[in-house]
Design a protein around this ligand. Structure first.
Ligand SMILES: *Cc1c(COP(=O)(O)O)cnc(C)c1O
Length: 422
């Protein structure tokens, strides 16, 4: 017997594992944070593929909602935004000697500079005969890049002489906080004071900057005196809280990512059944185990045993080791109605917005932070985009739900409904 030639599918098959990104939540968060920091403007930080949410889609949603700038770590990330046709101001602040500064200048990408990179940018500008747009960075205490305080005046002087030569324009002065997520700590005051001094030194030397910026999400939310002209917002735009004791809802934020799949196998087992590698878990009584086809290759941390998985409104902890591709939940006596056969195919949600487990629960199961959980969801997980506001307006499959209901646990939110409607 001959097998037919293998053929590629005509259209992409449906996503079996997906991170659903709600663009309406991103827009809501940008609007909310813009209001909080007004009259300062929002720079939407979309580095690391927008913390796993998709850089281009997130940037477009953020700009629609009023973000004035975009921020990324690498010039290569900024160039991807330009290649997608995004023309808004973009700043990139982390470079190596292999960084394509000339490409940045050509693409009108602003470059954050801290020391040697000022001269590298100027070399590229000289060759291109095009001025660079730079933001001068002062290290106010974080100890990463940024010009040390004692070299700041000379650094500013060098930038100004390049500016007089027509090789660059100093667009901004900036710095970065170290402990703004712990608002009681005094070091933020010290950083702010050093920043004010650095700005004054630059202005006295003749810098006529457009923007001063130092605050990240925690700084923007906890320090109105740190807003200056621009705040660089990452985590908050994705709807997560930077503070240990505060939920997204308490901050007026809506989580934008829902990570979900469906149960791929389910079976009844006796007491004493070992579960997953190493047998770190054994069932204590007869129970039902469900297999969730997400693992560490999908970005779910291997150490996060105990993390929550929601099936049919009920939350079950992961038992045993999380493997590369899969993990197991014990449906136990609280189990779902139905036989193992009918449970296959049920939706399994690891985290999402209101009514679902939070990213923070996975962060604590992993001994990490919410930033890391969302950012590391891997490329094997399809990103699916929904727009809960548009769908609600169009009445797609969802009865009208007042926005006030969004905080009620157990009440399906607009987001949840849009997700279910997929
Ligand atoms: C990542 C980053 C931000 C965004 O921080 P969030 O806490 O996510 O808001 C801001 N500024 C710089 C320099 C960053 O590297």
């Amino acid at each position: 017997m001959n097998y037919p030639e293998p053929q590629l599918p005509q259209s992409p098959p449906p996503a079996e594992r997906t991170a659903v990104i709600d663009l309406a939540a991103i827009r809501h968060n940008v609007r909310h944070l813009s209001h909080v920091v007004s009259p300062a403007r929002v720079m939407a930080v979309v580095k690391a593929d927008a913390y796993g949410h998709g850089a281009v889609q997130t940037a477009q949603a953020a700009l629609e909602a009023g973000a004035a700038w975009l921020g990324v770590a690498h010039i290569s990330e900024a160039l991807e935004l330009r290649a997608a046709g995004i023309t808004a101001p973009v700043l990139a602040w982390l470079h190596t000697q292999d960084t394509a500064f000339a490409e940045a200048i050509r693409a009108n990408v602003d470059v954050g500079v801290s020391g040697w990179d000022l001269d590298a940018v100027v070399t590229a500008a000289r060759e291109l005969e095009m001025p660079a747009r730079v933001h001068l960075k002062i290290d106010t205490g974080l100890g990463r890049n940024g010009c040390p305080e004692d070299l700041w005046e000379a650094f500013v002087g060098r930038a100004l002489s390049y500016q007089e030569e027509g090789l660059l324009r100093v667009v901004g002065i900036f710095s970065h906080f170290a402990v703004a997520d712990e608002p009681h700590r005094p070091e933020t005051d010290e950083q702010l004071q050093k920043f004010r001094v650095a700005v004054a030194v630059a202005e006295d030397a003749g810098v006529d900057r457009e923007v001063r910026h130092i605050a990240n999400t925690p700084g923007a939310l906890s320090r109105p005196d740190a807003h200056f002209d621009l705040v660089r917002i990452g985590l908050g735009m994705y709807g997560l809280s930077p503070f240990a004791g505060q939920t997204p809802a308490e901050l007026g934020l809506q989580p934008a990512m829902t990570l979900k799949t469906t149960i791929s196998a389910c079976k009844e087992v006796p007491a004493g059944q070992g579960v997953s590698y190493g047998f770190t878990y054994r069932t204590s009584e007869p129970t039902t185990l469900a297999l969730v086809p997400l693992g560490y290759a999908d970005g779910v941390p291997r150490v996060a045993t105990g993390g929550p998985v929601q099936v049919d409104g009920q939350v079950y902890p992961v038992v045993g080791r999380i493997a590369m591709d899969q993990m197991v939940v014990d449906l136990g006596r609280t189990g779902l109605a139905g036989t193992p056969q009918t449970l296959v195919g049920r939706e399994a949600v690891l985290f999402g917005g209101a009514g679902y487990p939070g990213v923070d629960e996975w962060a604590s199961a992993a001994g990490s932070i919410n930033y890391e959980i969302i950012t590391r969801i891997s490329g094997r997980v399809a990103r699916t985009y929904v727009d809960s506001a548009a769908e609600a307006e169009a009445g797609v499959d969802s009865p009208p739900i007042a926005l006030e209901a969004a905080g009620d646990a157990g009440q399906p939110t607009e987001t949840a409904q849009a997700v279910q409607a997929l």
